[in-house]
Design a protein around this ligand. Structure first.
Ligand code: AMP
Ligand code: MG
Length: 419
């Protein structure tokens, strides 16, 4: 039986990113960039007013004080969306102010904006334009946003391997990007197996149970940026499993099965994988829950993960094997675990790495702490509903005293797709 780290290394080396495609920016949220994206525009594109007020030359206000205000004639008005007016020459500019609105272009000869609430406007008289009185000096550049302060053309806006969130679209749109090159979405086929499974209802015949894994996987895969290409359920029947797997392998980049993967007489999945020509990469990993997990490469290139049927084995299999594989397919970097201090002693699990349903929060001093929840058995879903993370108890640990530091991972990756 191989260790978790060995299994992870095997699945990463055997997984290559999917091909790229080009998408309009407007529909690119949740996609993963296949290359760095550079700014096409300078942002701001031109010097512009950060406030509504009067744009002038700062040097003209050097002597301004409440006792001796500087009075400047108002030469005109500059609104957002208009080209800057005929630029006054530098000499003339020093003696003028222009009324200006937020985002409106600052003429090249002017360099500061005095906010409207800091001036006194003097109405026009016959033969004279209106003017403004300024009572304190301005610094050059005051209340002006300069070209390229935020992005310069050619600068990287978003790195390769970034899942595009709304804030990335904000930056890309500002920088003049209309199309992005992204990694194709993985197509995942889901097959829940087990002759005991029912898809609906609470009126179950004796011995039958609800398929809890199917809805879980259906809800989870889109968060991971994957599309569910086909979904099916199969009985514990060798021929049925083989036929279904054969079909699913053709429509998917990744086939996910649950159930029937341990060593029992009715655990028929490993044989079905081999029958359709699948090459097993690993079967059984030194973890709990989910030890019998199987990973194979199918003819045609699809990857397969056979997860044991217990719902918690499925959750762990997804979090610690399938999510890393999907990230590699999408060109996303591996997630970095967080750390937290255990509040209580934690029992070591011998040679197995243990993935525990856990709850982490901050104590009064802001220190992150974690509590392993009661009910760690792999059939128990209820504690998962109280959990907000997985705590990882390393293999080979003796019992750990309270106050030990553990790695944790949130239930879902921080860069999950917006629902
Ligand atoms: P298996 O891996 O097939 O041996 O299943 C392990 C346990 O998980 C058994 O108790 C199954 O009844 C249960 N199980 C299998 N598949 C599912 C499922 N889709 N939803 C809920 N429980 C399941
Ligand atoms: Mg079974």
């Amino acid at each position: 039986m191989i260790s978790y780290e060995e299994a992870l290394a095997l699945l990463r080396t055997g997984t290559v990113p999917l091909p790229r495609r080009t998408l309009p920016l407007a529909v690119a949220a949740g996609e993963v960039t296949s290359a760095a994206i550079s700014a096409r525009l300078s942002v701001p594109g031109f010097a512009n007013a950060a406030m509504e007020g009067y744009v002038l030359r700062a040097s003209a206000t050097a002597t301004a004080s409440p006792a001796a205000p500087v009075r400047l004639p108002v030469a005109g008005l500059i609104a957002a969306g208009t080209a800057p007016p005929c630029t006054p020459d530098r000499a003339a500019a020093a003696g003028q102010a222009w009324e200006i609105f937020t985002g409106a272009p600052v003429p090249a000869a002017l360099d500061a904006v005095v906010p409207v609430e800091r001036v006194t406007r003097v109405a026009a008289r016959v033969g004279e334009p209106p003017s403004v009185e300024i009572t304190s000096p301005l610094r050059p550049g005051q209340n002006v946003r300069f070209a390229g302060e935020d992005f310069v053309p050619g600068a990287t806006v978003v790195a390769a391997g970034t899942r595009l969130a709304p804030h990335h679209l904000m930056g890309l749109a500002a920088c003049g990007i209309d199309e992005v090159s992204v990694v194709a979405r993985p197509r995942v086929a889901v097959l829940t197996t087990g002759s005991e499974l029912e898809q609906a209802g609470a009126d179950l015949a004796p011995g039958r149970i609800r398929d809890a894994n199917g809805p879980y996987l259906h809800a989870l895969l889109p968060l991971l940026g994957a599309g569910v290409s086909t979904a099916a359920t199969a009985a514990d029947d060798a021929a049925e499993l083989r036929d279904r797997l054969g079909l699913l392998a053709r429509t998917a980049d990744l086939v996910l099965t649950t159930g029937g993967v341990s060593a029992g007489r009715l655990d028929l999945l490993p044989a079905a994988v081999r029958e359709i020509g699948g090459e097993v990469v690993f079967h059984k990993v030194a973890i709990r829950p989910g030890k019998p997990v199987l990973h194979a490469r199918l003819p045609g290139g699809a990857l397969l993960f056979g997860l044991p049927g217990n719902p918690l084995a499925v959750a762990v299999g997804m979090r610690f094997f399938v999510i890393p594989a999907l990230r590699t397919l999408q060109g996303l970097a591996p997630e970095q675990p967080e750390t937290a201090m255990t509040l209580e002693p934690v029992r070591g699990r011998g040679t197995l790495r243990f993935f525990a349903k856990a709850f982490a929060d901050l104590d009064a001093a802001g220190q992150r702490r974690v509590r392993l929840l009661p009910g760690q058995e792999s059939f128990r879903i209820a504690p998962l509903l109280q959990a907000n993370c997985w705590a990882i108890v390393p293999e080979g640990s003796a019992d750990l005293p309270a106050g030990s530091i553990l790695h944790t991972l949130p239930l879902y990756p921080a860069d999950s797709c917006p629902p």
